[in-house]
Design a protein around this ligand. Sequence first.
Ligand SMILES: [Zn+2]
Length: 413
Amino acid sequence: MNIGKQVLLTIVIIILAIFTLASLIPKKARGSEVDEFMPIVDPWEVQIVPPGGSIFSVLSNFELPGTEIGMVAYRFGNHIDVTTIQPGDTLKVILDESGEKISKMMFVQEPTVRHHFEVLGDSLAYFKEALPVKRQEKILDGTLETTLDAALLSLGLSPAAKQSINNGLEGEISFQSDARKGDKFRVFLEERIFEGKPLPGAKILYVNYEGQRAGFHELYRYEQDDEKSVLNGLYNKEGKSNNASGVGYPLASIHVSSSFGRRLDPFTGRWSTHNGVDYRARSGTPVYAVANGTVTQARYNGGYGNEIRIKHASGMITQYAHLSRMSVRAGQTVKRGQIIGRVGSTGRSTGPHLHFGLISGGRYINPNQLRMVGAEKLNDKQMAEFAKQKEKIKLRMDRKLNPPEEPVVASKS
Ligand SMILES: [Zn+2]
């Protein structure tokens, strides 16, 4: 090998070494002139709300000073009802040059709704952007072969739509004894189409059921101006609903460790009746009110330890026991999804868990009857609104069933 070749080889090796080393150094440590040649990147930093997450916890994932997180979370709450935040919602931020302050923020609650924030000195400018969606009405007619659930499924309804129809009709009809093969039903719904696809959460505007034994029943949708109102749902002509959408779960994730009914008592080893459901969860896990209501009790109560009881519009009472912390007082009204305390192991308990009970007419009943908690009756003012909304739905349905004839373009002369 001559000297010239050796020099060339050395140069090649040195160049290769420089490139390899450069790729190992994080981008930020490299000179800014390198960045000028980088492809344009999305300036937003993104965090997705996890189950049980709050705006505060999501903000904490951006490496920012605590004072900045606290201030932004506080102002955020002035614009957005934080109880509507759900897992899967997305928070995007752009930091300023210091990297310690947020300059822009976007909160995306569903693909079509974007909340924009801009930090201007000490204040937060806000506007809401709703992307255009098309609305599409559908009438679905079905016949009962086996179960209502199967019949609804065969019409291609989403699980949520199916659930809401099922719950609504179950408030009217005793399916176990009165449903018959050949019973007929109709569903009138509105879908929102975004980028050619229906969005989840079709609005069920009307449902009827005509059974040989069950008779004729119909439900209309009532809704308030607030599209997130827990009162929105299907109601019968008396203004009563069996509105499951008004009911949530007491924990963000549910693992049953002991169900309702007879069981071997973990303390005495004897058979006894378990008055509720036990959900396994770590100490400190947030506990949510399952529906709107009023706290009737929040105190230490013997074997139940720290116990909260909430009375709901349906008259039913939900019970949350063995809490490590209680964050509501007796007499206070609470909303569905509000944090009322934390999981613990106070009272007669073998380890951290939530004991969840349901009381109806003074008796403990199986909490799998939970959807009945959401039963609501409209007041007089709401009934008047409901009557108007019903007429509108009837008109829309008539128009859908008997579409006006296409105008004839060619004129007869
Ligand atoms: Zn229990």
